[in-house]
Ligand binder design. Structure first.
Ligand SMILES: [Zn+2]
Length: 242
């Protein structure tokens, strides 16, 4: 009888240990998911991942990038900003200087961006995209060479701690650049954070709230600032914010 009880005791302890191990493993899988892609074999997949991650963002897209020469990504970023999502970009000063393609494109799209040298005079060499709760990072720059020629790595990270660490780093660099007095930065600051989204139509000259009856035929999201800049005025039926 004693022997039987002892065995029962050992078995139940083992059972508890195994169960708690499985529970904690399950939790880990839920919290952390990391995938990796490599260029040049998966270069196009990397590019597509970047594009779709930007397109799917609902709240924010923060980017730190050294070299940026890809048209399709610039377009996705500008579209996202026009939707009213909080989009901000920090670029390396040497790569995105006056006269550079990316600088011109972002300025035309009115996307808030800053250029900087590295904190200690080196390069701003980070390659990070934060979209809502996803972090995309690795050696991959936003260029054709990185996509098709170079050997690069690219990590897709869903992890709270990694996300928070990158948000802190982004904020540090964004604020650091703010302390430098330059008209460009002040202008960018005034534009951010992006305002609420209103809706325009293909033909009308008014902007509307989401539920307005005038939006039955076409319904194009646009930021309030942009709508006003383009000469749209508030609809008198749904009276959107002005
Ligand atoms: Zn309306």
């Amino acid at each position: 009888m004693k022997k039987y009880l002892k065995r029962l005791f050992v078995i139940s302890i083992l059972g508890i240990c195994l169960t708690s191990m499985m529970v904690s493993l399950g939790n880990c899988q839920e919290l952390t998911r990391i995938e990796v892609l490599f260029s040049p074999e998966q270069g196009e997949e990397i590019l597509q991942t970047l594009e779709s991650t930007i397109q799917n963002a609902e709240e924010k897209v923060y980017i730190l990038i050294y070299s940026f020469t890809l048209d399709e990504l610039a377009e996705a970023i500008i579209d996202k900003y026009e939707e009213g999502v909080d989009v901000r970009i920090i670029l390396d000063k040497g790569q995105a200087g006056p006269g550079s393609w990316i600088r011109r494109v972002l300025q035309q799209g009115e996307v808030p961006f800053r250029t900087m040298d590295g904190s200690k005079g080196g390069y701003m060499h980070l390659k990070v995209l934060i979209a809502d709760d996803i972090v995309l990072t690795g050696s991959y720059d936003y260029s054709k060479n990185a996509t098709y020629s170079n050997d690069e790595n690219f990590l897709i990270i869903r992890d709270k701690k990694i996300l928070e660490a990158h948000l802190v780093k982004f904020d540090q660099l964004w604020e650091k650049e703010l302390s430098v007095v330059s008209t460009e930065i002040i202008e960018t600051k005034q534009r951010a954070p992006p305002d609420i989204t209103v809706y325009i139509t293909n033909t009308g000259k008014k902007y509307h709230n989401s539920g307005c009856r005038y939006l039955s035929k076409s319904r194009i999201p646009i930021s309030l600032t942009k709508a006003k800049q383009r000469g749209y005025t508030a609809c008198s039926v749904c009276s959107p914010p002005s």
